[in-house]
Design a protein around this ligand. Structure first.
Ligand code: NOJ
Length: 718
């Protein structure tokens, strides 16, 4: 605790300390809302003496709005401790970047840093101090709508992206005027909601948790994220928000997190629904004992104010600890020196800054697009090819994705708008909207198709169908879109599909019906330009899938880093025995597209891969030198990927696990030598006693341009 925090704490009444632990929406300060009842309210509003003790506000931003609220607050509160302003700035504030799943698809950590930096700088100018991001929950189930907000299914990719997001949001410490504090969420395991159903139970072994899920939170905390948010779900049988083992033993002690722990929205109150607390008071006790510092909108901690004189010594101590952490954050943000820190109306509305940010958004969007099919190299298209553009996503600005509350869909340019500038001869009919089965203007469309050289059909989901509370039983495109595609196929013209989505979709039928396909996870403000640049070949598609795309609904959950089982499918093939192996009787085990998949226009391949030393000790680096060769006439980029597999161990190990990746440019008709270098301690795994260590013995090191066609090298750790 710093001196200023100590001094303040000594001056504060218990009520004032409790106030620091309460967070409400900005509406309570605008005087418009009447959502609270009980002894602390007056005509549905918070009583002034409570209101002017509150510690933080969520969901309100904009320099003038924030200034007004802060000024009023400081004028009325006795200790004049500035309010903290927090909000969900997930993939951009006004300038919207691709959704986090799309940023993950760039396989380029720099892109995550840039997106987070820009988001932070716009938010800071708008008066925000804290974002509720990054969400680093590992997800293996595309039925869960919040998969859009994640960086996918791989622990290593998640760890890398989590770290970059924190660095991007916070910048160098102490946090300056163009950065904001990051909140790692949701601790823990929210992405593993059973059957992908929102807010559902999470039940996994602690071994599994430590093997795959914990790493990304840890990486964000090591990058010095200032806050952590609890998750709605249970973990080891206890709701996270009241889970002392999770929050005190793992988060605080083991991960040494000493920042602010904030509850998710209403999550303390929900301990009652979970059935672990009888009433709000009991819920408050559980959360306080778990070390939850801020109560976001549960109106649980506020009940402490009703019986301050009866609070036990333990509760008073917990209140002191939590209040000091909140004050410490305010201090570290520099709010005691300047309560209006970062807030800057000129910067907020500066046109040049906006243009620069849009340039960043375009760069990230381009890198996020994944080409999964390109038969006969039909892409890229040339300027004079006659194009027929159609489909529900062709003429819409709904490209921003969920969590873009300050992004402007109406101002967002559509594909049609952008493509008109890039193709000499383009015709358009929507044909079908997202959910309709009725095809509009079929006669006209028939003519347009006959007159065209290529059909571009833009399919997908509206952004309202991914994000919080959008679980889907069947993550697939609506039937009308598939039927429309089938009708277009009858013309025997080449078809390019663009699929805009917030989650992996089952695209098995689409894949059969089209010649080429681009997958774009909601690409943001500059999405249409990015897609057009890829279509015309102005930019190379360099995105790779951060999640496996299932072939069939019944395969879910499906992920690349699975275990072999005692009866792997190959075992059946080798022994002429196909029945008693791990498989379905009605379809393949293989997904439609694998994690790490993605094609480019340039013809780049690995021409040589040599491991430098194949016997190493614990402290060394695994080094593989790889030569990438580009046989084509265009320069291009690819993503070199390095995977490991531990052959024998006390517990099982994934058939492969990503441990290294890099986006690499290879000039036309040229080659490049790359040294892949993985520290041996990346081989560490979790043992039966839950300890993490490296086993001596045999490993396989694999390199490739995706996760399936890999060159393998043996390695021994002594
Ligand atoms: C609920 C969401 O789970 C969380 O991620 C978000 O930060 C809060 N609402 C506040 O909007």
């Amino acid at each position: 605790m710093t001196d200023i925090v100590k001094k303040l704490l000594n001056k504060m009444t218990v009520e004032e300390k409790i106030g620091q632990l309460i967070q409400v929406t900005g509406d309570f300060f605008k005087g418009s809302e009447s959502t609270i009842t009980g002894p602390l309210s007056e005509n549905g509003r918070l009583k002034d003496e409570v209101k002017y003790m509150i510690g933080s506000v969520l969901g309100t931003s904009g320099s003038s709005e924030v200034k007004k609220i802060q000024q009023d607050y400081l004028a009325h509160s006795s200790l004049k401790i500035p309010l903290l302003f927090m909000a969900d700035v997930i993939h951009g504030y006004k300038t919207i970047f691709p959704i986090p799943l799309g940023i993950a698809a760039t396989f380029n950590p720099k892109m995550m840093k840039i997106a987070s930096q820009v988001a932070a700088s716009e938010s800071a100018a708008a008066g925000l101090h804290v974002t509720f991001a990054p969400m680093v929950d590992l997800v293996r189930d595309p039925r869960w709508g919040r998969v859009m907000e994640s960086t996918g299914e791989d622990p290593y990719l998640n760890e890398v992206m989590a770290r970059e997001a924190v660095k991007g949001f916070q910048g160098n410490l102490p946090i300056d005027d163009s950065h904001i504090a990051a909140t790692v969420k949701h601790f823990a395991g929210y992405g593993a909601a059973e059957a992908g159903r929102e807010y559902n139970t999470v039940d996994m072994s602690e071994w599994q948790f430590r093997e795959n899920y914990l790493g990304a939170y840890q990486s964000a905390i090591e990058a010095q994220a200032k806050l952590v948010m609890t998750s709605f779900n249970t973990m080891f049988g206890v709701p996270a928000t009241g889970n002392k083992y999770l929050m005190k033993d793992i988060l605080r002690q083991e991960l040494e997190f000493n920042g602010v722990l904030i509850s998710d929205w209403d999550a303390i109150n929900e301990l009652i629904n979970h059935g672990t607390a009888t009433d709000l008071q009991a819920a408050t006790n559980l959360a306080l004992n778990a070390g939850v510092d801020i109560d976001m909108m549960s109106f649980a901690y506020i009940t402490l104010l009703e019986h301050v004189d009866e609070l036990s010594k333990n509760v008073l101590k917990l209140i002191d600890e939590s209040a000091s952490r909140v004050l410490q954050l305010k201090k570290e943000l520099g709010l005691f020196q300047n309560p209006y820190k970062g807030l800057n109306p000129e910067k907020e509305n500066d046109k040049d800054i906006k243009l620069a940010h849009e340039k960043n958004a375009l760069e990230v969007a381009e890198e996020s697009i994944v080409m999964v099919k390109n038969n006969s190299s039909i892409l890229p298209l040339s300027f004079d090819q006659r194009v027929f553009l159609t489909g529900p996503v062709a003429d819409t600005g709904d490209l921003l994705g969920s969590w873009s509350w300050k992004g402007d869909v109406l101002q967002t340019k559509s594909l049609l708008f952008k493509m008109k500038k890039s193709f000499k001869n383009i015709s358009f009919s929507e044909g079908i909207n997202y959910h309709d089965r009725h095809i509009k203007d079929w006669d006209k469309i028939s003519q347009q198709v006959s007159d065209a050289d290529v059909i571009i059909v833009a399919l997908g989901q509206p952004s309202s169908e991914s994000g919080e509370a959008t679980s889907m039983m069947e993550p697939t495109l609506p039937i009308g879109q598939i039927e429309y595609l089938k009708k277009l196929r009858q013309f025997n013209k080449p078809i390019v599909a663009i699929v805009v989505t917030g989650r992996p979709l089952i695209l098995t039928q689409v894949n059969e019906l089209v010649d080429a396909m681009l997958i774009s996870f909601f690409p943001g403000t500059k999405g249409a330009t990015a897609l057009t640049n890829i279509l015309t070949g102005k930019s190379e598609p360099t995105g790779r899938l951060p999640m496996t795309f299932p072939r069939n609904n019944g395969q879910i959950p499906i992920y690349y880093n699975s275990y072999t089982t005692g009866r792997p499918i190959e075992f059946g093939l080798q022994n002429n025995e196909t029945k008693y192996v791990t498989k379905y009787i009605d379809g393949s085990n293989d997904p439609l597209y694998n994690f790490g998949d993605g094609l480019g226009y340039a013809d780049i391949s690995i021409s040589e891969s040599v491991i430098q030393e194949n016997v190493l000790s614990m402290s060394e680096q695994i080094k593989v030198s790889v030569i990438l060769q580009n046989k084509s006439n265009r320069s291009g980029q690819t993503v070199l990927q390095g995977y490991i597999h531990q052959k024998i161990g006390e517990t099982v190990h994934p058939t492969k696990a990503l441990k290294w990746f890099k986006k690499i440019e290879v000039p036309a008709k040229n080659s490049r030598k790359i040294m892949m270098s993985i520290p041996v301690n990346e081989l560490a795994s979790v043992h039966q006693d839950l300890s993490t260590s490296i086993d001596l013995g045999e490993y396989e090191i694999m390199v490739g341009l995706n996760s399936t066609d890999l060159v393998s090298h043996n390695l021994t750790i002594e």
